[in-house]
Structure formats: C-alpha cells, structure tokens
Ligand binder design. Structure first.
Ligand code: DX5
Ligand code: ZN
Length: 223
C-alpha cells in the first residue's frame, strides 16, 4: 500500500501560505492537511472553508480536511464547494455518524472517521465500509507540537486487525507527534498515511528536508 505524507499547514508560516504549500508540494508531499477547529469541540480556533479555497488555488494536490468542530454535518457542503477531496469527521461529534459519512461521499468527497486517543477502536466496528480512511489521533486534538502518546501504537495495530477482520479496504492515518522517531512504529502497526505539522514545517533544514526525514525513516518500506 502506498505511503501518503500529508503536511499540516497548522504548523506553517501562515503569512506565506502559498509559498509554504508550494514548498511542501515540491518537497514531495502527497496531500495537504487542513485542521479546522472551532474553539468548542477543541479549545483552539483555526481555519474555515475560505482557507481551503485559498489552498486549492495554490496546489492541485488532494486537500485533506480534518474537522474538529461541533455539528460538522452543517458544514459539509461548504467544504465540498471549497475544493476538499478528503473530509474527516470526529466520531465524538456525530450522533448520526453513518449518515454523515454517507453525505460526505454523496458530495463527491472521500469520507474519513477520526477517533480521539480515549475513544475505543470498537466504535468503528459497524462502520468499516462507510469510510475510506480511519484517522487514529496520536495526541488529543487541538494543538500542534504535542508529544506522541506511546500507547497509540497498539491502538493502530487493533484498528488494522478490525479492518482486516471486516474485509475493509480503508487506510489508517495518524495525526499528532509524527516525526522521524515515531513514523516507523506507526507504519509497522498498520498506518500508511502520515499527517505531520511541526516535524515538516519547523524542520531546521526546511520543509522539503522535513518530508525527506519522514521518508528516510520509512526507508526500506514500499513508498
Ligand atoms: C492536532 C492536529 C494536527 C496537528 C499536528 O489537533 O489535528 O493535524 O497539526 O501537529 P504536529 O505534527 O505538530 O503534532
Ligand atoms: Zn489534523
């Protein structure tokens, strides 16, 4: 399965967003990850559809939107219209999650589900054919630059076992504290899709070097 590196623009220099996205693209990014936070589901406030639209004008790479907002179903259309390709909603915010995932697909986007570190893997068990991507948060959402929670390796492994057991082709994505130290363990546990903010945009040798460091840490695997 091919590896996806998705730089999270939350950690970028937002005063130069177009340059930062272009550098990520030139450095070999596969997707661009956009963190939408509402100050309610998570403490922080970040971007809305207008920023997705701005990223869309700068790159043809798939845009991966991670909604950390209450009542996400009210905003799906706006993110579709802004040019989102992959749209991921938190299990914890959706009382009718199956319907929400279906709506995302009907709007022409690829649906993803995301669970917080404290939410059990078996919440996914009735839904494994309704999403294309399962995002396992490896920090509590809300901020960049946090430390990877070590117990999440085993959670990724159990997610992979659930997907295999139910015959799902969904991929596993991880988000939070992904660096050259943690990426390989996540891959070995079953993740193939890696979101990274700080380790890419704040890499001492630049954005491309941050992406290369992740790929080098995975070297020897199929990517
Ligand atoms: C956290 C966000 C992440 C964040 C990751 O709530 O979902 O996408 O940007 O940042 P790092 O890679 O710095 O942990
Ligand atoms: Zn994210």
């Amino acid at each position: 399965m091919s590896i996806i590196i998705a730089p999270s623009i939350l950690a970028s220099d937002l005063s130069q967003l177009d340059d930062q996205v272009r550098q990520a693209e030139d450095g070999g990014a596969n997707w661009i990850h956009v963190d939408v936070m509402d100050g309610s589901f998570v403490p922080n406030i970040t971007f809305g559809p207008v920023v997705v639209e701005a990223v869309r004008r700068v790159t043809d790479l798939p845009i991966d939107v991670h909604l950390m907002i209450v009542e996400p179903e009210r905003h799906l259309r706006a993110f579709a219209n802004a040019g989102t390709n992959h749209l991921t909603v938190h299990y914890e915010t959706c009382p009718h999650i199956q319907r929400t995932l279906q709506s995302i697909r009907e709007m022409g986007m690829s649906p993803g589900i995301v669970i917080n570190p404290g939410t059990p893997v078996n919440t996914l068990s009735e839904l494994t054919h309704d999403f294309d991507n399962a995002l396992i948060m490896t920090v509590n959402p809300g901020f960049g630059g946090q430390s990877f929670i070590e117990t999440m390796y085993d959670k990724i492994r159990r997610t992979k076992a659930l997907l295999d057991h139910t015959g799902s082709n969904a991929t596993i994505q991880v988000d939070g504290g992904i660096s050259s130290e943690t990426v390989k363990g996540c891959y070995e546990a079953g993740a193939t899709n890696f979101i990274a903010g700080s380790s890419i945009f704040k890499h001492k040798d630049g954005i491309a070097a941050g992406i290369h460091a992740l790929r080098d840490a995975l070297a020897g695997n199929d990517h």
